[in-house]
Design a protein around this ligand. Structure first.
Ligand SMILES: [Zn+2]
Ligand SMILES: [Zn+2]
Length: 120
């Protein structure tokens, strides 16, 4: 039998693991990408950076390629929106084929190019 304190300990360890994993990919994503929401183009600075979140394009939080291809920076509002869209998508259809297509699409690719051009 597993005692209560053992369960608490396991839960604490899991929370710790999730927090560390999230801190790891968030930090990397913020280094790779400009601090701009990928949907509404809202810009972020250090003061409001906690409202900028890392979204997983294929919705798999364990899929964290170092090149950032599965990440998208979204403000909390657009992030919520994105997840409700995905839930509808799962609930009301769409093949796994379509989902794979969505996973390879990187909405930041064009944005990064545009920002680089502006700097020249
Ligand atoms: Zn947004
Ligand atoms: Zn997300």
């Amino acid at each position: 039998m597993i005692g209560r304190s053992k369960v608490d300990q396991l839960l604490a360890e899991q929370r710790d693991y999730i927090a560390k994993r999230e801190a790891g990919y968030r930090e990397r994503a913020l280094k790779i990408y400009p601090w701009v929401c990928g949907r509404c183009a809202r810009e972020f600075t250090r003061t409001n950076l906690r409202e900028l979140t890392v979204h997983h394009v294929d919705h798999d939080h364990d899929n964290n390629p170092p090149d950032g291809s599965n990440w998208e920076l979204l403000c909390v509002y657009c992030h919520n929106e994105e997840h409700s869209k995905f839930e509808d998508f799962v609930r009301y259809g769409g093949s796994s084929e379509k989902r794979r297509e969505a996973a390879t699409h990187n909405p930041f690719a064009g944005l990064r190019e545009a920002l680089e051009k502006k700097r020249d």
